[in-house]
Design a protein around this ligand. Structure first.
Ligand code: PA5
Length: 446
C-alpha cells in the first residue's frame, strides 16, 4: 500500500497558501544552491557510501557486546530513541534478554548511578555522540564512564568506547587521537536534529539489528528529488515536503501557533519527541514559529485531547496513521452486551476506529489536519517520514524567512549554567547571575 498525505481536512481554502506556493521557484533555486555548496547533507547524503562501509566493519565488533550505553543529548539521542522504540520494542517487553540499548540523554544522577552499578563492563560498549564534542551533559558523562571503564577494564577500556563526533575538531576528536578510540564522523553541516540517518542514529540501529538499508532507501525516495541539482519550481510544488511547508507557514499567518504531532502508530510515538525538537529548534526564531505538541494515540485521548478539541483554537495537527498495523488478538465472543460491539473483533480494529473518530472530531472542531498515512509501519516508511519532515521543516523555515539550521537562543542558558559552575571567563554572565540570585525573591512555602 502506498504512503499518502490526506489533505482533505487541511483547511487549505481558509489559508493564504498561494502566496507561499508562489515561492516554489525561489525555494527550488535555494535548495539547488545549498545542496551544491554542501550545506544540506541531510538531503544529499554524500556520506552514505562510506558510512555503509564503516557500519559493515563495525558489525562484528558490536556483536561482542550485550549492552550499548549511548551518551548524547538532543539531536544526538532523540532519533536513536525513536528508532529503538519503533523497531526494537522487545527491550520493554517481558522475557527480553538482550541486546540492550540504554540512552543517557539527561543529567540524571539516579540513572547514571544505576548504569555504573549494574552494567557489566566486559559486555558493554559506551557510545558517546556529540557533534561539537563539547556538550557538557554528554562529555560530562563520558568522563565518568571513562573512569569507570578504566577501573574495570584496565588497558582495554578504550576498546569499549566508540565516539561519534566531528571529523576534525572538538574535545572528543582529541580523545580519538590520543587514545586511538574507534570513531565515526558526524558529517560537516549535519546539525544534530537532522542527523539521525548518519552514524548518530545508525550505530544504535545497527546494534539492535534494524534494517538500515531499508531506512536509508526510504529517506532517499523522498530526498533524492530535492537534492537533484536540476530541481525546478514545478517539481518542488508537487513535493509533499514543500506542500507541508506552505501549509505550515500559512497556518502561522492565521494564528495557528501550535502543531500537534498525533501518532496513531503506538510504537512510533517517540517520533513525536524527535519531531518536537526538529520543529521547535528549527522554527522558534525571531518571535515566530509554532509550538510542537507530541501526542500519542490513543493514550492521549484520555489526557490532553480535551484541550485539542475545545481549548484555544490555535492548533493544527499532523496525524500519523497506518491502516496495516497488526490485528492483534481477538476479543472473546462471549462478552457482556455492553461490550457487544467488539465481540470477536480484532483488538487492532479499536485503534483504527479511535484514530478515525479523533481525526474527524479534530476536524469538526476546527483543527486543520493533515493525515500522514503510512502504508506499512516498516523502516522504509520511517526513512521516508524522517526525510519528509526534515525537508518540510527546512522549507517552512525558509518560507518564514528564518534560518532553520541554527539554534542561537539555547546558548544563553548554557552560558549561565557554566558561569554558575565557575567556568573561566563569562564575566558578564557571572555578574548577571549574581544580580538574579541576590535580587529580592518572592518565595512562598506550600
Ligand atoms: O539539534 C541540535 O543541533 C542540538 O539539539 C544538538 O543535537 C544538541 O545540542 C547536542 O549537541 P552535540 O551533538 O554537539 O553534543
Amino acid at each position: 500500500m502506498a504512503d499518502n498525505l490526506d489533505w482533505t481536512n487541511a483547511d487549505l481554502d481558509k489559508l493564504d497558501v498561494d502566496a507561499y506556493a508562489a515561492r516554489a521557484e525561489e525555494m527550488a533555486a535555494r535548495l539547488s544552491q545549498e545542496t551544491a555548496a554542501g550545506r544540506l547533507p541531510f538531503l544529499t547524503m554524500p556520506y552514505a557510501a562510506s558510512l555503509k562501509e564503516q557500519l559493515g566493519e563495525l558489525k562484528g565488533y558490536l556483536k561482542k557486546f550485550d549492552h550499548m550505553l549511548l551518551l548524547g543529548i538532543g539531536g544526538s539521542a532523540l532519533g536513536a530513541r525513536a528508532l529503538q522504540q519503533a523497531f526494537f520494542p522487545q527491550q520493554d517487553q517481558p522475557g527480553h534478554d538482550g541486546p540492550y540499548l540504554w540512552i543517557a540523554d539527561n543529567v540524571d544522577a539516579y540513572a547514571l548511578e544505576a548504569y555504573l552499578a549494574k552494567l557489566p563492563a566486559e559486555k558493554t560498549v559506551i557510545v558517546t555522540v556529540s557533534k561539537s564534542g563539547g556538550t557538557i551533559e554528554t562529555v560530562g558523562q563520558y568522563f565518568i564512564l571513562k573512569e569507570w571503564a578504566q577501573e574495570r577494564l584496565g588497558d582495554k577500556w578504550a576498546e569499549h568506547m566508540l565516539l561519534v563526533t566531528d571529523e576534525k575538531q572538538g574535545f572528543l576528536r582529541g580523545e580519538v587521537e590520543q587514545y586511538g578510540i574507534k570513531a565515526l564522523p558526524v558529517p560537516d553541516n549535519l546539525g544534530g536534529r537532522y542527523s539521525v540517518l548518519s552514524a548518530v542514529g545508525l550505530i544504535p540501529a545497527l546494534f539492535l539489528g534494524m534494517d538500515i538499508d531499508a531506512l536509508m532507501a526510504g529517506a532517499r525516495e523522498v530526498a533524492d528529488i530535492l537534492a537533484d541539482p536540476g530541481l525546478t519550481g514545478d517539481a518542488l510544488k508537487k513535493h509533499s515536503s514543500f506542500q507541508l511547508a506552505v501549509w505550515g507557514a500559512a497556518l502561522l499567518d492565521k494564528g495557528f501557533d501550535e502543531m500537534i504531532f498525533f501518532a496513531y502508530i503506538p510504537l512510533w510515538a517517540s517520533f513525536g519527541d524527535w519531531f518536537a525538537q526538529l520543529w521547535a529548534e528549527s522554527l522558534g526564531k525571531e518571535g515566530k514559529g509554532s509550538q510542537p505538541v507530541p501526542a500519542i494515540g490513543v493514550t492521549d485521548q484520555h489526557s490532553v485531547n480535551q484541550m485539542f478539541m475545545d481549548g484555544i483554537r490555535n492548533k493544527a495537527c499532523l496525524f500519523l496513521t497506518c491502516p496495516n498495523l497488526p490485528a492483534g488478538p481477538k476479543f472473546p465472543s462471549d462478552l457482556p452486551d455492553q461490550f457487544g460491539y467488539v465481540r470477536g473483533k480484532d483488538f487492532g480494529e479499536l485503534i483504527q476506529a479511535e484514530g478515525l473518530g479523533t481525526r474527524m472530531a479534530l476536524s469538526k472542531n476546527g483543527v486543520p489536519l493533515v493525515e500522514l498515512q503510512m502504508g506499512e509501519d516498516g523502516p522504509r516508511q520511517a526513512g521516508k517520514l524522517i526525510a519528509l519532515l526534515g525537508a518540510a521543516t527546512i522549507l517552512t523555515g525558509w518560507l518564514m524567512d528564518i534560518n532553520p539550521l541554527d539554534q542561537p537562543a539555547v546558548e544563553l542558558g548554557k552560558r549561565l549554567a557554566k558561569a554558575r559552575m565557575d567556568a573561566d571567563g563569562l564575566a558578564e554572565e557571572k555578574a548577571d547571575l549574581n544580580e538574579f540570585l541576590t535580587a529580592d525573591r518572592d518565595i512562598r512555602e506550600f
